[in-house]
Design a protein around this ligand. Structure first.
Ligand code: ADP
Ligand code: MG
Length: 258
């Protein structure tokens, strides 16, 4: 029915007011930056299929503004990594909507999701995920290869990013000759190399002693103060205390009750 299609289009398409004000999203990489929240999740759910389906996330509503520092705290198995995979466009929700920079991620083709992931999002994980046979500089430069950045520019950017995290003199070191804290700094430098708007951290201090962890958290604090949006996943309330705001995840559901 024409009426049904019209109603659907009305629900999914740009709002008339948005069009009038010229802020409706245009397709493609040249679209005008949208000035609403960076992330918006509405009723997001993830159910892992299998012999027994596992509802790992249910009804997640979350808005993260640009420049905000949000901590997501929850016990093991509560759905933290599942949520991180959604936020980082590594996985798709099985229910609800997720908009990144005002753009509905469900409507993006895989190529656009990959582009957003590699240019807009930096990832920092508990176990660093560095390539062991590459130097610090090569590790930081690696994501830039996929973006077609020239070799000389890659080297320059890698050195700049390593200097930003206090590792200017370790650029040619291999990860196995570095301490845990240094390795995590390399991972942060790599996450920043493409100039992302969002830093997603999954237990970034989980493998570090408390003094080293404090240094990493101070680095992340200063990145946030310089404008980077940070979402920090942790089970540690002391780590969460660095954020502006904390939400709790239990059994796949978010609440603001700490
Ligand atoms: P957390 O990171 O908080 O420890 P996860 O997001 O890893 O929690 O897991 C949430 C729930 O989903 C757990 O019950 C876990 O066993 C389940 N789960 C996670 N990944 C999968 C998967 N790929 N297939 C099936 N179940 C999964
Ligand atoms: Mg996890």
């Amino acid at each position: 029915m024409a009426e049904g299609v019209g109603a659907l289009w009305k629900a999914l398409g740009p709002k008339e007011d948005d069009v009038r004000q010229g802020i409706a999203s245009a397709p493609g990489p040249e679209r005008v930056a949208h000035d609403g929240p960076l992330l918006r999740l509405e009723g997001v759910g993830v159910t892992y299929l299998g012999p027994v389906p596992v509802p790992a996330l249910q009804g997640v509503d979350l808005v993260v503004g640009r420049g905000e520092y949000l901590a997501i705290v929850g016990p093991s198995g509560s759905g933290k990594s599942t949520l991180l995979n959604i936020l980082g466009l590594l996985d798709r929700p099985t229910a609800g909507r997720y908009a990144f920079g005002g753009e509905d991620t469900a409507l993006m083709p895989e190529s656009a999701r990959t582009r957003v992931r590699s240019t807009q999002i930096g990832f920092v994980f508990q176990s660093f995920h560095l390539m062991p046979h590459r130097t610090a500089s090569q590790n930081v430069a690696m994501p830039l290869i996929y973006r077609g950045v020239r070799r000389r520019d890659r080297r320059r950017i890698a050195r700049e990013q390593l200097a930003m995290v206090g590792l200017a003199d370790r650029a040619e070191a291999l990860p196995m000759t570095m301490s845990g804290g240094e390795r995590q700094r390399v991972a942060i430098a790599r996450a920043l190399a493409s100039g992302p708007s969002l830093l997603l951290c999954d237990e970034p201090t989980g493998n570090l002693d408390s003094t080293t962890a404090a240094g990493i958290l101070a680095t992340i604090d200063s990145l946030n103060r310089s404008g980077l949006t940070v979402v920090m996943i942790t089970h540690d309330m002391d780590v969460a205390a660095h954020a502006d705001r904390t939400v709790v995840i239990r059994d796949g559901r978010l609440s603001t009750q700490v």
